[in-house]
Design a protein around this ligand. Structure first.
Ligand code: HEC
Ligand code: HEC
Ligand code: HEC
Ligand code: HEC
Ligand code: HEC
Ligand code: HEC
Ligand code: HEC
Ligand code: HEC
Ligand code: HEC
Ligand code: HEC
Ligand code: HEC
Ligand code: HEC
Length: 268
């Protein structure tokens, strides 16, 4: 066989042999490199990278307890360049995980709950909190024109109304305000029947004074006991009293206030 080969054929076979040998050597080398990465143990990282392990130790959250450095960093230079993982490797299947640029908020993957929420943010919040988004869409108000972070500057923090508004009456606090104004649709004012008169009187002084003076049983009522439902709401006497006098009289004089004068200052 060998005898029959010319010089050309020989060098061709030689090249092929060398190539095969080369691939073989490279494969072994690469294999050893992998073995070397595999033998790069967790405890080794800190020998060359001090800051990151310290951050993970103190604030790593689930990225400390649920995964290790090696679950995320599966390669290491010079053996492999694919060293930085995509978040989608492990987080997918929810609208929150379809957002762009995870690191704009989760600014440090080694401290995943240290959030950077600067700027006007709205849509990303709705991936977890649909309710406030629906309120904004369904009810017009000056609040609905704002971003979520206009009020919630730090995640989970609830602002006091007094940060931006004067109260109607002295001593009113946020929980009082919320009794009339739902934070995300503040113009749907629907006070509970137990809302004290003092909450209405600052804007309806005249009525407050009248009701204070009356000596009838209406005197002890809260305003909202009669003015039920969404502000402004004006009730009918008949809703509570029906028609207590004779049919003939009610037909002749249908207007209760012709005799009783004023619901807030009844004449009886
Ligand atoms: C012997 C020292 C040494 C050890 C041990 C080591 N690294 Fe590195 N690491 C380096 C050096 C040097 C670089 C920079 C290499 C480069 O950029 O080419 C680097 C780069 C990195 C990078 C990429 C940084 C970037 O910006 O691209 C990551 C991630 C990383 N190392 C993670 C790890 C993890 C995880 C471990 C433990 C499993 C580890 N390293 C162990 C020395 C080391
Ligand atoms: C949940 C996945 C995840 C885990 C766990 C993780 N990292 Fe990282 N790491 C990343 C990502 C993503 C980046 C790129 C960050 C960027 O681009 O700002 C990174 C960047 C790095 C860098 C380069 C940038 C820097 O901050 O110095 C090093 C070094 C590093 N990681 C080492 C480690 C070590 C050591 C551990 C374990 C103690 C670890 N990482 C655990 C995801 C992770
Ligand atoms: C190797 C897998 C892996 C990668 C890559 C990864 N994560 Fe995670 N991450 C997890 C696991 C597992 C948990 C805990 C279970 C869960 O919440 O899904 C977690 C939890 C989290 C948490 C909640 C932390 C806590 O303490 O409650 C945040 C935030 C987070 N990841 C953000 C990110 C971001 C941003 C990236 C990309 C920079 C990323 N993750 C990349 C595996 C990963
Ligand atoms: C606009 C800011 C923002 C962006 C962008 C963002 N996140 Fe979040 N992420 C948050 C906030 C706020 C939380 C709630 C934190 C909490 O519960 O304390 C959160 C929570 C998480 C959690 C843990 C809680 C859970 O419900 O599982 C994971 C995991 C997470 N984000 C992954 C990601 C990934 C992956 C991306 C990119 C695809 C991403 N985030 C983009 C703001 C953001
Ligand atoms: C970070 C600032 C901020 C906070 C906190 C805030 N508001 Fe407002 N609010 C505004 C701005 C700005 C407007 C529009 C201009 C104005 O009327 O002052 C507004 C308007 C309103 C309006 C009128 C809405 C309209 O469409 O005319 C009501 C009612 C209101 N706020 C109630 C509240 C109540 C109640 C709270 C607490 C639960 C609160 N606000 C918290 C900033 C804020
Ligand atoms: C004008 C200020 C303001 C704006 C803008 C605002 N919030 Fe709120 N938010 C509040 C206040 C005040 C509360 C407390 C309400 C309560 O206790 O009834 C609250 C409560 C919440 C709560 C907890 C109670 C609930 O309704 O689930 C979540 C979640 C929330 N806001 C998310 C958002 C999101 C998402 C946005 C943007 C779409 C947003 N907020 C916009 C002021 C605001
Ligand atoms: C990945 C899901 C996720 C995202 C995105 C997210 N949140 Fe939350 N948020 C939560 C969870 C879970 C809680 C409950 C945490 C708790 O009870 O401590 C919460 C709590 C809150 C609360 C306090 C509720 C209360 O009853 O006290 C407010 C306010 C809030 N988020 C606003 C926002 C705003 C504003 C954004 C956008 C910048 C946002 N959230 C983005 C998951 C998320
Ligand atoms: C008893 C119910 C009630 C309470 C409690 C209440 N409000 Fe109001 N608020 C109203 C009514 C009614 C209006 C007027 C609506 C209109 O003009 O038609 C109003 C109007 C407003 C306006 C619009 C601008 C203005 O002054 O006319 C703001 C802002 C406001 N309230 C903030 C607050 C804040 C902050 C608190 C708590 C300190 C609060 N409100 C408590 C019922 C209430
Ligand atoms: C911040 C000021 C403010 C507060 C607080 C307030 N009101 Fe009013 N109210 C108004 C204004 C302004 C109007 C007239 C404009 C309108 O129709 O919205 C009005 C209208 C009314 C009307 C209808 C008057 C008519 O002629 O049709 C009734 C009834 C009323 N309010 C009852 C109440 C009751 C009850 C409360 C307490 C639960 C209350 N108001 C709290 C400002 C206020
Ligand atoms: C929300 C229900 C409600 C409305 C609306 C209402 N009332 Fe009354 N009223 C009452 C109650 C409750 C009493 C006490 C009944 C009792 O104790 O026997 C009362 C008592 C009275 C009394 C007897 C007063 C006394 O001191 O003995 C008169 C008269 C009266 N109402 C007239 C009216 C007139 C007129 C109107 C319409 C302008 C009106 N009411 C609207 C609930 C209401
Ligand atoms: C017993 C029930 C009752 C109570 C309590 C009551 N109201 Fe009225 N109010 C009425 C009725 C009925 C009318 C409608 C009178 C009419 O038809 O002219 C009315 C009318 C009004 C009006 C519009 C007409 C006007 O007189 O200005 C205002 C504003 C008002 N009430 C505010 C208040 C306030 C504020 C309080 C508490 C301080 C209050 N009301 C307590 C039953 C009541
Ligand atoms: C023609 C005048 C007149 C008209 C109209 C009138 N009332 Fe009277 N009402 C009186 C007088 C006078 C009394 C007190 C006499 C009594 O106690 O029987 C009275 C008493 C009442 C009482 C108290 C009854 C009790 O048992 O203490 C109620 C409630 C009442 N009226 C409701 C109404 C209602 C509701 C209307 C309208 C549908 C109305 N009235 C129309 C004159 C009138």
């Amino acid at each position: 066989m060998v005898k029959m080969m010319g010089k050309k054929e020989f060098s061709l076979v030689g090249i092929i042999c060398m190539a095969v040998a080369g691939v073989f050597i490279l494969t072994v080398f690469a294999h050893e490199a992998k073995a070397e990465l595999a033998s790069l143990e967790l405890g080794d990282c800190v020998k060359c990278h001090q800051d990151v392990p310290a951050t993970v130790e103190s604030n790593g959250g689930m990225h400390k307890t649920a995964v290790t450095c090696l679950d995320c960093h599966q390669e290491h230079p010079p053996w492999g360049e694919d060293v930085i993982p995509q978040c989608s490797m492990c987080h997918e299947g929810r609208s929150h995980f379809e957002l762009e640029n995870c690191l704009s908020c989760h600014s440090n993957p080694h401290e995943p709950l240290a959030l950077n929420l600067t700027g006007d943010i709205k849509e990303p919040c709705l991936t977890c909190h649909e309710g406030p988004g629906q309120d904004f869409a369904n009810y017009e108000s000056a609040h609905a024109e704002q971003s979520c972070t206009f009020c919630h500057e730090v995640h989970g923090q609830i602002p006091d109304c007094s940060m931006c508004h004067e109260p109607h009456a002295e001593g009113q606090v946020t929980s009082d305000c919320l009794g009339c104004h739902p934070a995300h649709h503040p113009l749907q004012i629907n006070p509970a029947m137990t809302t004290p008169r003092a909450a209405c009187v600052p804007c309806h002084e005249e009525v407050g004074t009248q009701l204070e003076k009356t000596v009838t049983k209406h005197q002890s009522f809260t305003c909202a006991f009669c003015h039920r439902g969404e502000h402004p709401n004006v009730p009918q006497c008949q809703t509570c009293h029906g028609e207590p006098h004779s049919q003939v009289m009610h037909q002749k004089m249908p207007n209760c206030l012709d005799c009783h004068m004023d619901p807030h200052f009844l004449v009886k």
